[in-house]
Ligand binder design. Structure first.
Ligand code: C5P
Length: 232
C-alpha cells in the first residue's frame, strides 16, 4: 500500500464534479465522494466516476444496527468502490458485520476505515452530550483499537494523531488524514492543519484534500503540488 492524495469532491451536482474532473487529463486522482454528492446524484455518480478511471473513497460514515450495516455494505461493495467508512461508535460487533457485508464472494473487499470521534466533537461536547468522560485523545485511541480488533484497515484521523495511531495499532494500520493545507494557503474553517510534507513526515498514509485543490485557480497544479510534497 502506497501513500496517495485523495481529492475531496465536495460538489452538489454531477455537472460540477465532471467540470472539475475534466481538467485532469493526465493522472486521474483518487476521489472522495461524500454525502452531499452521493445524496444529490445517487449511486450512478460512483459508477460514472469509476468508469472515468478514478479510485473512489465513498465517505458515507455508516452507523446503524449491525444487520443493516452489513446489508448496506454489501450494496456498496457491489458499487466497486476502493475505500469506504463507518463510525467506530457503532461498536466492534457493527464493524465486524460491516466487514462481512463488504467481503465479496471471491474474498476481496474495499478498504474499510473507521471514524473515531469527529473533529467537530471536542472534550466539552463529548462529556456534555455523549456522557463520555475520558480524555478525548484516549477515546480516539480506544476507538482506533476497536476498529483494528474488528479487522478494519485503518481510521480517519487528524494528521496530528497519525503517528500515535501507528504506534498503538501498528505501521500497517492505515491513517487517512484531512485538514491539509499548503504552507502559503488559506486555513479556512479547519482548526488543526498540516502541510502535505508534514503529513508525510508524521506517517499519514493518505491525505484528503478538498478546497486547496477544488478552489485553486489551477486545480491540476495544486494536485500535482500535493503529490510532489506528499508522495514523491
Ligand atoms: O476542503 P477541505 O480540505 O477542508 O476538505 C476536507 C474534507 O475532509 C472534507 O470533505 C471534510 O468533510 C472531510 N473531513 C474533515 N475532517 C474530518 C473528517 C472529514 O475535514 N475529521
Amino acid at each position: 500500500m502506497g501513500r496517495d492524495v485523495i481529492v475531496a469532491c465536495d460538489f452538489d451536482s454531477a455537472e460540477k464534479v465532471f467540470a472539475f474532473l475534466d481538467k485532469f487529463t493526465d493522472k486521474k486522482p483518487f476521489v472522495k465522494i461524500g454525502m452531499e454528492l452521493y445524496y444529490a446524484e445517487g449511486p450512478s455518480i460512483v459508477r460514472e466516476i469509476k468508469k472515468r478511471g478514478h479510485k473512489i473513497f465513498l465517505d458515507l460514515k455508516l452507523h446503524d444496527i449491525p444487520n443493516t450495516v452489513k446489508k448496506s455494505m454489501a450494496v456498496l461493495s457491489r458499487l466497486d468502490v476502493d475505500m469506504t467508512n463507518l463510525h467506530a461508535a457503532g461498536t466492534v460487533r457493527m464493524m465486524e458485520a460491516a466487514i462481512e457485508g463488504l467481503t465479496r464472494e471471491d474474498g476481496t473487499r474495499p478498504m474499510l476505515i473507521a471514524v473515531t470521534q469527529l473533529t467537530s466533537t471536542d472534550q466539552e461536547s463529548m462529556e456534555k452530550d455523549l456522557w463520555i468522560e475520558k480524555p478525548l485523545p484516549e477515546v480516539v485511541m480506544h476507538y482506533a483499537n476497536n476498529a483494528k480488533l474488528a479487522g478494519l484497515d485503518g481510521v480517519v484521523c487528524s494528521p496530528l494523531e497519525a503517528g500515535k495511531v501507528h504506534e498503538r495499532c501498528g505501521a500497517n494500520f492505515v491513517t487517512v488524514t484531512p485538514g491539509v493545507r499548503f504552507a502559503d494557503g488559506d486555513v479556512g474553517d479547519q482548526k488543526r492543519v498540516m502541510t502535505p510534507a508534514q503529513a508525510k513526515e508524521i506517517g499519514s498514509d493518505y491525505i484528503v484534500v478538498g478546497r486547496p485543490i477544488t478552489a485553486a485557480a489551477d486545480p491540476v497544479a495544486a494536485y500535482e503540488r500535493c503529490l510532489r510534497e506528499f508522495v514523491d
